[in-house]
Design a protein around this ligand. Sequence first.
Ligand SMILES: Cc1ncc(COP(=O)(O)O)c(C=O)c1O
Length: 365
Amino acid sequence: MIQIPDRINNLTTYKAGKPIDELAREKGLNRIVKLASNENPLGPSPKAVEAIIKHAEFIHRYGDPNAFDAVTALSVKYKKPFNSIFIASGSDAILQYIIIALTNEGDYMLSSKGSFIGWYVNSDKLGRKSINLPLTSDYKIDLEAIKEKISPDIKLIYLANPNNPTGTYFTKAQFIDFMNAVPKNTVVILDEAYTLYAEACKDYPNGLNFDYENLLVLRTFSKSYGLAGLRMGFACGNPELITALKKARMPFEPNTLAAYAAIAALEDESFLEETVKLNNRSMTMFREAFNSLSMNYTETAANFFLIIFETPEKAKNFNQECLNKGLILRYVDYFGIPNGVRINSGTVEETEFAINIIKQVIEII
Ligand SMILES: Cc1ncc(COP(=O)(O)O)c(C=O)c1O
């Protein structure tokens, strides 16, 4: 019999929020709203769509293996040296490349329980041991506890800021204090997937403003830029680390269309402004509804809420009953929060639809 290694056998296949078509087929529903994957409800940046159409006729060719145009665009935009930027097919893929390039099987890493599932999947898949410490009682990453666990055995530390699925963030002062405590040979991954939403918080530490030699900042085009289906993300940091990541990357990542769409989306200021404006509106509508229904949720700086229930059963039921009525949310047990359900912002109409369903479901669970 063929032996599959335990580290793969023990994994569960990635479970995303249910696809819309699948739910429509299963339940015979004619209206379905998906607020499960923190995507942009406005759709993609129109400039990105234009760029895709423009470059579509060249996809019979392999792309530029160094993605020169996209790296240059990021380098100019963020005023960072060309060789400090690494791009690949999404920040989830970048996490994998960081682990491959900077650690060996059996090495230890540090993070939080109740954080981004991609971190757990990548570390388990690659046979690394991530020590995941509990969040604080207010669902924040416990930087003090992580600091205390640092030892010469720890090769990487993963922090998502804002954190997914809680939406909570740590401040600039907390981040600086943390980095001062981390030895220079331990690399810190600062995953800023939701930075465009969090920037409104005055004390939010924009990672690209720091130049620590042991810091890698991760960004994605999947959220505010509306390009989740294309798969495009980048890392910025010490060129020595970036060179190591390039050696681990699959050739020709990201794909040609993703690279050109990202260049266009980066410059689409009006789309980004609309995105943040709509997010604020939808989040306010949800906040008011949750308050009026006396529901518990985390203080978030991102484009989603974590709704907290008294028990895992209640969270699971809530998620299932919403699904039965055509509202797809994300039950976050796999993230390490079995009593939580995540919901992201939508268009005004989607938000009204969701609130209406939530009101009905809260009555029956
Ligand atoms: C914190 C965090 N990092 C990374 C990702 C994945 O981004 P990408 O689509 O670029 O792989 C997500 C997506 O949910 C996320 O929440």
